[in-house]
Every structure is written in C-alpha cells, then in structure tokens.
Write a protein that binds this ligand. Structure first.
Ligand SMILES: [Fe+2]
Length: 383
C-alpha cells in the first residue's frame, strides 16, 4: 500500500485500510471500508472531512502492510473513555468520579499490554484528527507515544500504567478554558496566553485525591522545559517530574504533526529536525534519544525525494537511525526500480532523503499512481 495525500486521489484508486471518522456527533463511524474503489463522491467526502491522506492499494508496493499502532477496537474504546472523562470534568466544573478514573486506568492497562507485545514500536503512523475531537485524539496519542518511550527506557509495567494515565489526563484542564481562546485562529493576547497556562494546575487541583502523586506531578509539569523556560512554574531539569519529561516530548510531537486552527500540520521529518534542534534546551536529552527510536522521520508507504533527485517510497525504517530508511526507487516512467538501503549499504552513503516527496509534477510519481489505477481496473474486470 501507499500513502497518498487527499488532493492527489483519483477515481479508480482502491482504499487499502478502513477509514474511520471520529466526530462529536457520531463518535466513531466507519466511513469507508478497505477495498472500496474510490469515485468522485467518496473523494469529495474525504476532502469534506479534511482527511489529509489515505492508504491505497498498489501492486508494486503490495509488500507494504501498515498495521494500526493499537487495535482499532481499543483505540475507539480509549477515545470514548477520554471523551466521557473530559466532559464529566467540564460539565461538573472540574469534578471527576473515581469510577471514570478507574475505567480510564483499565484502558491504559490494555494499551500497555498491547504495546508490550508489539514486535516493533516504530510509530509508522500518519494520523489525521477531526477538529472537534482533537483534544481526545491528541491525549490518546501522547499517552501511546509516552508508553512506547517508557518501554524503550525499560520502565516496569506499573510505571508504564502511571505514565499512560498521565498522558490520557494531561490536557483535561483545558476543558475549563473557553473554546474561543483554545481554538483562536490568530495570535493569543498576553491575557489569553496566561489563561492557557493555567490548564496544568486546573487539572491537578481537581484530580488531587483520584490519582497518584506521580501522575499529578506529571500532569502539572508537562509544559516545563529543561532550561527553565516552560510553565506553570518555570522548573528546570532535576525539578521536573520524570514522567513529564517523557510526556512533554510526545505532546509536542503529536501537536506539531496535527492541523490546528492557527497553523497547518508539519510532516514527521520536520518535527524530528525540530526536536533534535531543541534537544537539551527543552527536553531531556537521554529521553529524547529513546523517543527518536520510536518515531520515524519518513513513515512507511510515503514518498520521499532523495538528494540525487530520485523519487522513492519508504519500505522500512530502522530504530537506530530514523532518517535513513530502506527505500524503493521509482523510475521516471512510473516503473519500480531497486530497493536501496540508506543505512547499511555503503554504496549509498552519500545519498540522503531531502524531503517528503509530494511533488506531483514529477513524471515518475504521476505514472506510478496511474499504474495503480490501471492495475485496479484489470483486477476489477478479473483479467
Ligand atoms: Fe498541555
């Protein structure tokens, strides 16, 4: 399968994965099923819901199979529990029942178990978030990425559960902030920013007797930075809670890779560069190294542009170096060339990935997409 950005979808392409929609009215609905041949109506529906891209079938890349990071069923349950807990917090001005925390903890437990049994923790995910359920999806992703980093750090199962719960709850304090400020498209005023900065403490005040002290501190410190420039207290290095140091990296990564009212999402490769750049100023350097083993700059199934101007598709990522994947070359005529291993093959040491390859002016790309439609048509007519 291949990941195609929505604006380049064409009738005849076949969806390679089920497409779910998470919105506040109909919380989780299966929008289109795997195997669906796309037509203009479906493509318009995908555009209408602002889905940035989908996976499509391609004969030349049939060996690429991208599994969901956690099972769809668990993801839906987790999002529902986060939503219910967050709304309870909002509607009762900050009160949450121990029953809700218990249900959320049990979901975290299931997520930890699933992640501990995964063969690879590489986060080959290109996710899209619906505008009105952004916060819930963001909290779930932050929890998942934090747990995976915790696994890489060798944390015990009990600590992974605490870390995951902190991830699920870390932005609950935002539910007490007016929506007009949270979703303001323009720049915040100083007063508005001060209100945003209250959200970690909003949460910990109310959750005091419901979660462990470690979870409380993690929530309170998730916007603190190693160099002391964060909020709410401006704590630095050793004074910042350990879980919060993990959570702050996952939080920034997931937020930057998402569309927000005030800016477009950034591709994973650019976020990797940003995180490396902030390195030891904002984040704990050692934890960041572990985080880097999980995320990938160029997710499997995406197009990349190489420094020799060739176009390729990412086939496999290596945790030891997220920027040098195994890629499959696409020739100008759209045929598929050799696989080249940018990390291990010394012959290609001077070649780097320079960009995500969404340049559809490129003839190779146009042709490979066309061939995926031709193949599908043959398949549909049983030839
Ligand atoms: Fe936050």
């Amino acid at each position: 399968m291949l990941y195609i950005t929505t604006k380049y979808l064409k009738p005849g392409m076949i969806l390679a994965k089920d497409l779910y929609l998470y919105s506040s009215n109909n919380f989780c609905s299966l929008m289109l099923v795997k195997g669906q041949v796309l037509n203009n109506t479906y493509i318009n529906r995908i555009k209408y819901h602002k889905i940035e891209g989908v996976y499509i079938e391609s004969e030349a890349f049939s060996d690429i199979n991208i599994e969901p990071y956690i099972s769809d069923n668990l993801k839906t349950k987790a999002l529902k529990e986060i939503r219910d807990t967050y709304y309870e917090f909002k509607l009762s001005s900050g009160k949450v029942s121990p029953y809700m925390i218990k249900k959320l903890s049990s979901i975290v437990n299931n997520i930890v178990t699933e992640l501990l049994h995964k063969d690879s923790l590489a986060y080959n995910v290109i996710d899209f978030k619906n505008y009105d359920t952004y916060t819930f999806q963001h909290c779930l992703n932050s929890a998942i990425l934090s747990i995976s980093t915790g696994i890489s750090l060798g944390l015990s199962e009990q600590r992974l559960n605490e870390l995951g719960l902190a991830g699920m709850l870390h932005d609950i304090g935002k539910m007490l902030i007016p929506k007009e400020i949270l979703n303001k498209p323009g720049k915040l005023t100083n007063e508005e920013y001060e209100i945003i900065k209250e959200h970690p403490v909003n949460a910990t005040k109310q959750l005091k007797y419901l979660v462990s002290t470690e979870v409380l501190r993690a929530i309170e410190d998730h916007h603190e930075k190693i160099d002391g420039t964060g909020y709410p207290h401006g704590k630095s290095n050793n004074n910042i809670n350990f879980y919060a140091k993990i959570l702050s990296i996952s939080d920034v990564y997931d937020a930057l890779t998402s569309d927000r009212p005030y800016r477009k999402s950034v591709f994973p490769n650019e976020v990797v560069e940003y995180l490396m750049g902030c390195g030891d100023k904002h984040f704990d350097y050692e934890i960041l190294q572990h985080f880097m083993k999980i995320i990938v700059a160029y997710p499997v199934g995406t197009f990349v542009k190489l420094s020799n101007n060739q176009l390729a598709v990412v086939i496999r990522n290596y945790p030891e170096n997220v920027s040098r994947p195994l890629v499959r070359i696409i020739n100008d005529d759209g045929t598929v060339g050799e696989d080249i291993d940018l990390l291990h093959d010394t012959e290609y040491m001077d070649i780097t990935v320079v960009d995500m390859g969404y340049n559809y002016e490129n003839s190779g790309l146009t042709n490979v997409l066309k061939s995926s439609i031709d193949f599908n048509q043959q398949y549909a007519y049983g030839q």
